[in-house]
Ligand binder design. Structure first.
Ligand SMILES: *[C@@H]1O[C@H](CO)[C@@H](O)[C@H](O)[C@H]1NC(C)=O
Ligand SMILES: *[C@@H]1O[C@H](CO)[C@@H](O)[C@H](O)[C@H]1NC(C)=O
Length: 520
């Protein structure tokens, strides 16, 4: 009771201070957001419900004029036709390694061990490469070791995230994989390699090394010592000039052998179900299977500081980011030499949550759109998210979709939480990522592989130009965004020679209805 009286007072005082139309929309947004969209008990676990009421201190909108006019017209606009449709697949279908091309060498040349750094998606690529390098060397692969990430501080192992049994079963005809080394090599542990020079460790694998490099530099050592540890191993296998069946093995690992453990799958699927079952109006007015958009936002302090852009948080924010730069990079951030305007003109500033919201609205996503927010932390916290939430009150996170008890086993485990986000994003009708990192690339690839699901790839340069041009009216802005993204909806684009097979799965992992491109 006390809480709701406070809300009314606050809203009233805002009403007096600011212009009526905008406030009315915000007020409506707050009311809609406060409705128990899901069951009341789930909703009370939400972390952003409280932030809406208790931390209502809007940061300055960088694009106030756009926000104003979009909020005035938005409720009258209808969604463009085909907004939720899948792009034309062009006849492309999944085509990973087939059983008949699988063969396992009769003798193993020794054991291959790798230590994988980075977050979930970087480790995922490392696993695929490790299987393939073991194949190239006719080696036996030890289940890859995950290093603790200095940023996310997650000590989850392979088996905490991926279903080991399924992994071994899927690849049993291709590569021998073991979960532990035999007794005679028990000494070859992560700790052993951490404490000094070791003859059985290969430290100098070049980035995008060729198969021949492994045959020349790793195989002899493996044959003489029985075991070799390759670390660092991230991005240590080329994308070019590999036999087609080797590429297809990479695809098979990535899209078929890697499956999350049942506990992650279970919670992810429950969350998808709740998103789709929620009572909120959806675009088709179809309450049984509402569509949802998964939004991946990466807007953390590290990234904000490194970009050296001004994000509208005022002097305190500018000083905080400058301090972070001086501590972490000792002032060696070349962007910091440019003005905010120069950076924006060059398209070097990541989109803020506010800009992401405006862009989605420009594409035609209405107020009632179900949004799943896949994010770890957002720099600036709930205040930074306010405009986006006002535009999309039907926004959900893990915390609004799952209870505290359901999330408890994953608490503090960044990679496992990222796996849940991955699963919910993979199954979404539309995936939109505001940054081109590993999460974006992995999901874009996986969604292409699975039937060419819609994935919106923002054109950062275009968006920067549009956001710095203060002369544009909302209809002009809207038209430019829609035009500029017509061909960025997840249509199949073929991998170019230097590009990653983990971002562009066609043609290596896919065939057209007629035949595989690689056979043409
Ligand atoms: C691996 O085994 C296959 C046959 O099973 C053989 O043709 C190939 O040369 C071997 N490669 C290496 C590096 O031992
Ligand atoms: C905005 O309009 C003014 C006057 O019409 C023009 O001089 C200016 O170049 C325009 N700015 C942009 C960014 O288009």
């Amino acid at each position: 009771m006390a809480k709701s009286r406070g809300v009314v007072r606050r809203v009233t005082s805002l009403m007096v201070r600011k212009d009526g139309v905008k406030l009315l929309t915000m007020w409506m947004a707050m009311v809609v957001a406060a409705l128990p969209v899901l069951t009341p008990s789930l909703f009370s676990a939400s972390s952003w419900e409280t932030s809406l009421f208790s931390e209502w201190e809007p940061p300055t909108a960088r694009h106030g004029a756009l926000l104003d006019s979009l909020q005035k017209t938005r409720l009258l606009e209808t969604e463009p036709e085909g907004l939720w449709d899948r792009p034309d697949s062009g006849g492309w279908m999944p085509c990973a390694r087939r059983e008949e091309e699988s063969s396992r060498p009769a003798v193993s040349n020794g054991y291959l061990q790798v230590f994988l750094e980075g977050g979930l998606n970087q480790q995922r690529m490392g696993i695929c490469d490790a299987v393939v390098v073991a194949k190239i060397l006719n080696a036996t692969l030890l289940l890859p070791h995950f290093d603790v990430n200095p940023v996310w501080k997650d000590s989850s192992s392979f088996a905490d995230i991926f279903d080991v049994e399924h992994f071994l079963e899927s690849l049993k005809l291709d590569v021998e994989i073991v979960t532990e080394l035999p007794r005679e090599f028990e000494w070859s542990t992560r700790e052993y390699y951490a404490t000094g020079y070791r003859a059985t460790r290969v430290k100098n694998a070049p980035v995008q090394a060729s198969p021949e490099w492994y045959i020349t530099n790793v195989l002899p050592l493996m044959q003489s010592s029985g075991v070799v540890a390759v670390a660092p191993f991230s991005h240590r296998l080329a994308f070019n000039d590999l036999p087609a069946e080797i590429q297809r093995l990479r695809c098979k690992v990535n899209f078929e052998a890697l499956r999350f453990v049942p506990s992650i799958n279970r919670l992810g699927n429950i969350m998808v179900e709740r998103l789709r079952q929620s009572q909120a109006r959806n675009v088709d007015g179809d309450a049984k299977n509402p569509k949802y958009l998964a939004l991946h936002l990466r807007f953390d302090k590290d990234m904000a500081a490194h970009s050296a852009c001004d994000f509208g948080g005022g002097k305190a924010e500018r000083l905080a980011l400058a301090k972070y730069r001086s501590v972490v990079w000792q002032g060696r951030v070349s962007n910091a030499l440019l003005s905010d305007k120069e950076l924006r003109d060059k398209g070097k500033c990541p989109m803020t949550p506010e800009e992401v919201g405006i862009m989605l609205a420009a594409l035609g996503f209405g107020h009632e759109t179900r949004v799943y927010l896949a994010s770890y932390t957002v720099y600036g916290g709930s205040a930074r998210m306010e405009f986006l939430r006002t535009l999309f009150p039907g926004m959900n996170t893990k915390h609004t979709l799952a209870t505290a008890e359901e999330l408890q086993p994953f608490e503090g485990k960044a990679s496992q939480l990222a796996a849940i986000d991955y699963l919910v994003s993979l199954q979404s009708d539309i995936f939109f990522s505001a940054s081109r990192g590993n999460m974006h690339n992995s999901l874009a690839a996986h969604r292409t592989y699975l039937n060419v699901r819609k994935t919106i790839k923002p054109d950062m340069n275009l968006m920067a130009r549009l956001f710095t041009n203060n002369n544009l009216t909302w209809p002009e802005f809207r038209r430019s965004v829609i035009e500029g993204h017509r061909n960025r909806m997840g249509q199949v684009t073929l991998r170019q020679p230097t590009q990653s097979i983990y971002t562009y799965p066609a043609p290596d992992c896919m065939c057209t209805t007629r035949r595989s491109i690689t056979e043409i």
